[in-house]
Design a protein around this ligand. Structure first.
Ligand code: IPM
Ligand code: MG
Length: 348
């Protein structure tokens, strides 16, 4: 039976990098007879334009029935004044699908280490994963109020919500260098005090994994000072949002970074970490690597197509080693030049 992949290209550079990624995916789909079937649905600003909603009903239904979801990027200044913003669609989709575990790997490609704004000798060899809780905390807590005289957001976490994300982090660490850094603000926040207590409890279940705690402010500093000291970072929704953008600076370009979001059961969603980059949208300048690597994460984590993922990644590495790089990496290749070179490597 074919595997149904819902494609949400979204806004800005989303459609360009998605088209580029799908070109590569279609080639390996045929060659390895993976029987993947890709169908596009409107989402984000594109959803607002087509039906007034950032997450149209048809799109949500298709996502619920999919085997996996690929998302490009959403948002743009044209929807700033709209009654609904594209971002609402993304939050609603995460909640509706229960996508609580957001996995954001940060690694520095050897050949690109000199492009980092941080000293090369500090970043070379960096390889860690941010595990961000994605369906709780201040993003979703109620009450939420906004008037001219006061505003209120609520940060809520239940014991179970904390336990399942921390377990996820330990399971990942078990397969890596066996170190979990749990990031909180336990010197101030109640949710963080509970977080830290549960992290200690979960650590008992994984004696082979070391647990350390870091306060979020100090973690933000160590990320730049000594990024190689991290293996798996686990943290709550808002801290994870901020720290993963900070971490994305380390490899030299946001354009290289993929992510996966998993639920307990049901389809996972794969998307680049970056936004829709309206300033370069439609100019054929975007780096499609973040999308391609999101696709290889999907092939591994949703379908166990390890070999196919490796074939794609080595083709891309070969191309980058030849110095065919997009503008964000200091090169002159357009999105389509880059993809043409990858297709050539794949002998497509
Ligand atoms: C992210 C983004 C989203 C978030 C926005 C677009 C709502 O910044 O995926 O990191 O804050 O979660
Ligand atoms: Mg973010």
């Amino acid at each position: 039976m074919s595997k149904k992949i819902v494609v949400l290209s979204g806004d800005g550079i989303g459609p360009e990098i998605m088209a580029a990624g799908l070109q590569v995916l279609e080639v390996v789909n045929k060659r390895f007879a993976m029987d993947l079937e890709m169908t596009e649905y409107p989402f984000g600003g594109a959803g607002i334009d087509s039906s007034g909603e950032p997450l149209p009903h048809k799109t949500l239904n298709a996502c619920k029935n999919a085997d996996a979801i690929l998302l490009g990027a959403i948002g743009g200044p044209q929807w700033d004044e709209a009654p609904h913003r594209p971002e609402e669609g993304l939050l609603a989709l995460r909640k509706a699908l229960g996508l609580y575990a957001n996995i954001r790997p940060i690694s520095v490609f050897d050949s690109l280490a000199s492009l980092s704004p941080i000293k090369e000798e500090k970043v070379r060899g960096t390889d860690f994963i941010v595990v961000r809780e994605l369906t709780g905390g201040i993003y979703f807590g109620r009450p939420r109020e906004l008037t001219d005289t006061h505003a209120l957001d609520t940060c809520v976490y239940s014991n179970q919500e904390i336990r399942r994300i921390i377990r996820k982090a330990f399971e990942i660490a078990k397969t890596r260098r066996k170190k979990v850094t749990s990031v909180d603000k336990a010197n101030v926040l109640a949710t963080s005090k509970l977080w830290r207590k549960i992290a200690e409890e979960v650590a008992q279940e994984f004696p082979e994994v070391t647990l350390e705690h870091q306060l979020v402010d100090s973690a933000a500093m160590i990320l730049i000072q000594d990024p190689r000291s991290f293996d798996v970072i686990v943290t709550e929704n808002l801290f994870g949002d901020i720290l993963s953008d900070e971490a994305s600076v380390i490899p030299g370009s946001l354009g290289m970074l993929p992510s996966a979001s998993h639920s307990e059961i049901g389809p996972s969603l794969y998307e680049p970490i970056h936004g829709s980059a309206p300033d370069i949208a439609g100019k054929n300048l975007a780096n499609p690597m973040s999308m391609i690597l999101s696709i290889t994460m999907m092939l591994r984590q949703s379908f166990q197509f390890e070999t196919v993922a490796k074939v794609i990644e080595s083709a891309c590495n070969e191309v980058m080693d030849q110095g065919i790089l997009t503008k964000d990496l200091g090169g002159a290749a357009t999105t389509s030049d880059f993809i043409a070179a990858v297709m050539n490597e794949l002998k497509a």
